[in-house]
Design a protein around this ligand. Structure first.
Ligand code: SIN
Length: 276
């Protein structure tokens, strides 16, 4: 197996391995690479839905997403689907999955099933590197804060998706909620510090108003996105991305009007996040 940096600031490309036939030793190498790089990219994989589930079960427990539709046969596999005549895509803004949960997801394994001829890339950002490059003064302040994460404005009755042509495809409007997490978390496996706020779901700092929080949140978001901590993954048939939700953000491009795109996503359950 060969694991190389995908871009300077983000991700790793894993070659010379098939996820459908992974030895225990290879699984151990992947676990280390996953913790080190935050997102792993694979090419030329032959992974059936059953193989996808088997790989996920070897890693951990699967969490069923309340909002996305699932494949008929496999309730553990969510569909990230955009029809030819749809305008809105799922995940089209920077976010980390499930940060609004009390126990946010560990990670997601996204498998390309049907791709547009052009477009449909996914961007990723590395929140560990972004945190490490902040000044000591700001790091110290951030370590004292907690932030409120919510999905009400995204999946709720009056949320973003209800006003789009994705509304009929998504469920769970009554199952929305919020959670509070430390702004700087300690990665459960590596102990490294990670900035844990994201543009999609973080509303404000605990005890601060949204207006008071916005300038600092915007500063942090711009820092992550403009200082070399992102990468862009172009999907090919057989491509897979496996990301750590605690240490990355992602955002799906919506630049393929009139074309169909279907991805299969399995989300892995995580635990409560610890501050530093
Ligand atoms: C998502 O999981 O947010 C969607 C990512 C993608 O479709 O590329």
């Amino acid at each position: 197996m060969n694991i190389s940096q995908y871009s300077k600031g983000c991700g790793a490309l894993v070659e010379g391995v098939q996820l459908a036939n992974l030895s225990d030793a290879e699984l151990g190498d992947l676990r280390r690479a996953f913790a080190d790089h935050g997102v792993l990219f694979f090419r030329n994989q032959s992974l059936s839905p059953d193989d996808h589930l088997t790989f996920a079960h070897r890693w951990g427990e699967i969490v069923i997403n309340k909002f996305f539709t699932h494949t008929q046969e496999y309730p553990g596999i969510a569909e990230v689907r955009k029809e030819k005549d749809q305008e809105t895509n799922i995940g089209g803004g920077w976010h980390t999955d499930h940060s609004y949960d009390q126990k946010p997801a560990l990670g997601s394994i996204l498998v390309a099933r049907e791709l547009p001829e052009t477009g449909g890339d996914t961007h990723f950002a590395n929140l560990q590197k972004a945190y490490e490059s902040l000044s000591d003064g700001l790091k110290k302040t951030l370590e004292t804060l907690r932030a409120v994460h919510s999905n009400v404005h995204v999946y709720g009755e009056d949320g973003y998706y209800q006003s789009t042509d994705l509304a009929s495809q998504l469920g769970g409007v009554d199952d929305v909620g919020e959670a509070i997490h430390p702004v700087v978390i300690q990665h459960p496996d590596t102990g490294r510090k990670i900035l844990y706020v994201n543009p999609g779901f973080t509303l404000c700092f605990e005890g601060w108003t949204p207006e008071e929080s916005r300038p600092l949140l915007n500063y942090l978001f711009a820092h992550v996105l403009t200082n070399g901590f992102t990468c862009r993954f172009n999907w090919e048939p057989g491509s897979i991305a496996f990301w750590d939700n605690r240490s990355t953000w992602h955002s799906a491009e919506n630049d393929y009007p009139g074309q169909f795109r279907l991805m299969h996503r399995i989300t892995l359950a995580g635990g409560a996040l610890q501050g530093v």
